[in-house]
Design a protein around this ligand. Sequence first.
Ligand code: AP5
Ligand code: MG
Length: 246
Amino acid sequence: MSSSASASAAKVLESEQRAATMIVPGPILLLGAPGVGKGTQAKELVRLWGIPQISTGDLLRANVAQGTGLGKVAKEIMQRGELVPDSLVNEMVAVRMQESDTVNGYILDGFPRTIAQSHWLDGRLASQTETLPVVAVSIQVDYNQLLRRITGRRNCPVCQRIYNIYSNPPQRAGFCDVEGAPLAQRADDTEKVFAERMRAYAAQTTPVVEHYRELGRFAEVVGDGPIAAIAAGIVAAVERLRSERS
Ligand code: AP5
Ligand code: MG
């Protein structure tokens, strides 16, 4: 990205940032295939709105790292690129959603991913009359770019910052800019497992995207371009959908 493109993206984000402080974001779903930038965008929105990111992938990886009962079940399923059973994921999300930092909303990243999970979530939110209705944003990126993003991704194991050796490299190759920790590569970030994850997405998660499109509180954004400009587009879409509801 050129420095003028970067400066104008930063300006767009800055103006959205001012506007963003004026709304209560409520529950937001970030939908999209593996590698579209759900985690990257969720971290931008956390910074803007001060609401937490609830990433089912991150929560499951934490369980795997800690060797919990859930982690033991999830480990091999995740390594194959398949989905962890709904009941286990729903329970994990239910526990996280009860924490006090979710009062003004939260960003669900990677959940729901099956129709059963979306029905569970819809039922739960419908029973919480004080909670705003969910807004869903689906991020779109083409397959070849996704593969490059997945194989080039690196994460900081300490602060979970997301890098990419091609598009968003750390200042010092292999080490986190903030923590200085050696960067790690996810076990499922191989071409073979990516293909399986894409199959699971097409079969099980595409119907979820259609479900939220039909409900109407839904926007699609292109996930190709500067990260700040994509975040600005998501903020604008959420504000528009929230104002339509008020
Ligand atoms: P999960 O961790 O959710 O993986 P995923 O959906 O495959 O998505 P990713 O995390 O790979 O991609 P992302 O969209 O977050 O992209 P990111 O921002 O990192 O799930 C992993 C596994 O856990 C699943 O396979 C399943 O087994 C299990 N699981 C999780 N949730 C589940 C559920 N609900 N039910 C059942 N099982 C579940 O970006 C990717 C790369 O692109 C990075 O390197 C980044 O730097 C780069 N990038 C980002 N934006 C840009 C940009 N604008 N331009 C260039 N590069 C960019
Ligand atoms: Mg992610």
